[in-house]
Design a protein around this ligand. Structure first.
Ligand code: HEM
Ligand code: HEM
Length: 223
């Protein structure tokens, strides 16, 4: 199994809050504060407040997740910062491989593209949480202006990365077909998808007796 149940639940909480924050955040950034969104009209809560409440939920999730999932965090971080020889070749083949599925070989638990995305996501989401909490607690002055600047820049950086991650992870691109199973349902992949996207990891998991998939170890992918 690629991602255990607690990681899958954490991920679900993360994306519900982050997608809601992106929606309300962009609404504010585009200057729509004066015109309530459909959600704000339906709930009677102004967009800025919806945003701040969801922001606190994300901040709480991050604190609780870091406390309860310390071991998972360490593995995630260690596997995301480790780049190896050969990863450059993986990147060169990547644009074609997203369509053909013929990715370059890599040995990681995450493919090199995921590792870059993970690092950017961790840094920008932490910056958003820290500056957002700052905005919620401080009510003006130069510190507020500074938090707002960090918050806006991080929003610009995080948006394309989240969109890219969702496109890749949802399995719309032929090369990444089936990877959504790693995080949803029982969290088990089909053998052929695991071997295509994470070949080294699949071999190691199979050798350990956990093939991480719904097919038998080394057997045929299920239908
Ligand atoms: C994915 C995460 C987040 C994104 C993309 C995001 C985005 C944004 C954007 C674009 C704005 C408008 C800035 C402007 O108009 O200059 C904003 C405002 C704000 N954000 Fe966030 N944000 C996020 C997380 C958070 C968090 C975790 C908090 C913490 C409580 C937070 C609290 C605030 C506050 C208090 C404001 C000012 C609202 C107002 O106008 O009264 N945000 N955010
Ligand atoms: C909106 C905010 C989201 C954030 C911040 C986020 C973040 C992450 C992170 C940091 C990972 C760890 C490894 C990786 O980079 O793949 C991950 C994995 C994953 N995410 Fe998301 N995600 C979001 C939304 C989604 C959505 C909407 C889907 C729906 C298809 C999704 C599907 C997946 C899958 C399948 C994995 C597992 C990949 C693996 O096992 O390596 N994510 N996500």
């Amino acid at each position: 199994m690629r991602n255990p149940r607690p990681a899958r639940w954490f991920h679900a909480g993360l994306y519900v809050t982050v997608l809601a924050l992106l929606g309300t955040g962009w609404w504010l950034l585009l200057g729509r504060e004066g015109s309530p969104s459909a959600v704000a009209r339906a709930t009677g809560v102004p967009d800025a407040e919806l945003h701040t409440v969801t922001g606190w939920a994300l901040a709480g999730l991050v604190v609780v997740g870091a406390a309860l999932g310390a071991r998972g965090w360490r593995t995630f971080w260690r596997e995301s910062v480790r780049f190896r020889r050969g990863d450059g070749a993986w990147f060169r083949r990547w644009p074609a491989a997203v369509l053909t599925g013929r990715f370059g070989r890599h040995e990681g638990r995450f493919d090199p593209g995921q590792r870059v995305a993970n690092l950017v996501l961790v840094v920008t989401l932490l910056a958003l949480v820290a500056s957002g909490v700052g905005l919620a607690l401080v009510s003006g002055g130069p510190v507020f202006v500074w938090f707002a600047r960090v918050h806006r820049v991080a929003t610009w950086v995080v948006t394309p990365v989240v969109v890219g991650h969702v496109v890749v992870a949802a399995g719309v691109l032929p090369g990444y077909r089936g990877v959504w199973r790693a995080m949803h349902g029982g969290g088990r992949l089909r053998v052929r998808d695991a071997e295509r996207v994470w070949p080294g990891w699949t071999e190691r998991a199979t050798a350990r007796g956990d093939d991480g998939t719904s097919g038998r170890a080394g057997g045929r992918p299920d239908a």
